[in-house]
Write a protein that binds this ligand. Structure first.
Ligand SMILES: [Zn+2]
Length: 206
């Protein structure tokens, strides 16, 4: 990419967003990333997990966390380049933030909560989802390693190590980083199962 195109890239991104029909400016505060087509077995697994959220969230407060602790050790919030909504391959919009750190750096839960799912996928690589207060789901992806002691259904605090920074999934050609997404409470029948909000304004240094 030339220097000129690098300089103009952010402008282009926002021009594209502004010109996308049916997407008023105010609606960019939340994004509904397209979900990959899954096998029927995997889809059934997701549906079971989504239905299980209500049960899992019973012990958690009803109001979502007003602030989230920086999930990567040794990184300051001011060091995170805001890439919320940036256009990525396949015209997808970046529905989270990337926190760059050396591979192996500990990733901790941003909040108190319960481990919802531990798994892997083509794009996300190795990932952990934590269910937090208010039904919010926190997604930690591209992990190098998942904490072997971690189990689905386990309670976590903001000190719990979920895994380490890596570049698993579609981040193979990118320096190691945590992809961090925050999804609002799941509401059956609402259409978007994973409605993402920008984590950056909520993040705080530890
Ligand atoms: Zn990302």
């Amino acid at each position: 990419m030339s220097v000129l195109s690098l300089l103009t890239a952010p402008l282009t991104i926002w021009a594209v967003l502004a010109l996308t029909p049916g997407v008023p400016a105010k609606d960019r505060s939340a994004l509904c990333p397209p979900e990959p087509r899954e096998s029927p077995a995997r889809e059934a697994q997701w549906n079971r997990a989504l239905n299980h959220l209500t049960v899992l969230g019973r012990s958690l407060p009803a109001a979502p966390d007003a602030q989230l602790w920086m999930p990567v050790d040794g990184v300051h919030v001011r060091d995170v380049a805001d890439t919320w909504g940036a256009v990525r391959e396949g015209a997808r919009h970046h529905a989270g933030q990337d926190v760059f750190a050396p591979p192996g750096t500990f990733v901790r839960s941003s909040t108190t909560g319960v481990v919802w799912r531990i798994g892997s996928s083509v794009n996300g690589g190795q990932w952990v989802y934590v269910l937090g207060a208010g039904g919010r789901r926190y997604y930690y992806a591209h992990l190098g390693r998942v904490n072997r002691a971690l189990r689905e259904g386990q309670a976590v605090t903001s000190r719990t190590i979920l895994g380490t920074v890596g570049n698993s999934g579609n981040a193979g050609a990118t320096p190691a980083h945590l992809h961090f997404s925050v999804f609002t409470a799941y509401r059956p029948g609402e259409g978007c199962r994973f409605l993402a909000i920008n984590p950056l304004p909520l993040l705080r240094d530890r």
